[in-house]
Design a protein around this ligand. Structure first.
Ligand code: FES
Length: 149
């Protein structure tokens, strides 16, 4: 094989591997649930984060709670079995509904971005997202909607 063909074929193989890896990691579908809405907040089972996978249990990094009684969805991030963050998916700039993409919430209106704790990482938004206190009780996650943290 000539040097030029070797380089060409090698780059094609690398590109193919990179593209397929990116496609595989982006194939995990976003999960939407409505949760169990009580008078003080939402209750969600920890099991909602479980993802069926060959040879063990995997967990989604986030799920989206979309409930008809709420004006905006809530993005619930899982950091580990006992640590979660609940973020109101309303952009703090002008109120557009945010879109979750991995560990980032993006605003389709003017491009603001927030991390998985609700902190602004890219403007024009100048304030962090509204977040809600999360408590764990055995296998249940409770999102307190009465107050924001
Ligand atoms: S409404 Fe989100 S950046 Fe303007």
């Amino acid at each position: 094989m000539h040097r030029r063909d070797f380089i060409k074929n090698g780059c094609a193989a690398c590109l193919s591997f990179t593209v397929s890896s990116a496609l595989l990691s982006s194939c995990v579908a976003t999960k939407y649930i409505s949760g169990d809405l009580g008078k003080d907040g939402l209750t969600i089972s920890k099991d909602e984060f479980k993802v069926a996978q060959k040879g063990g249990t995997a967990y989604s990094s986030f799920i989206i709670i979309r409930n008809d009684a709420l004006q905006y969805p809530i993005c619930l991030y899982r950091f580990n079995d006992g640590e979660y963050s609940a973020l109101w998916m309303k952009c703090s700039h002008q109120g557009a509904e945010l879109q979750a993409s991995g560990d980032v919430l993006q605003c389709p209106a003017h491009g603001s971005e927030f991390n998985n704790k609700g902190v602004v990482t890219n403007g024009p938004a100048g304030t962090n997202l509204r977040t809600f206190p999360v408590t764990i009780n055995n296998n249940e996650i409770f999102i307190d909607l009465r107050k924001q943290s």
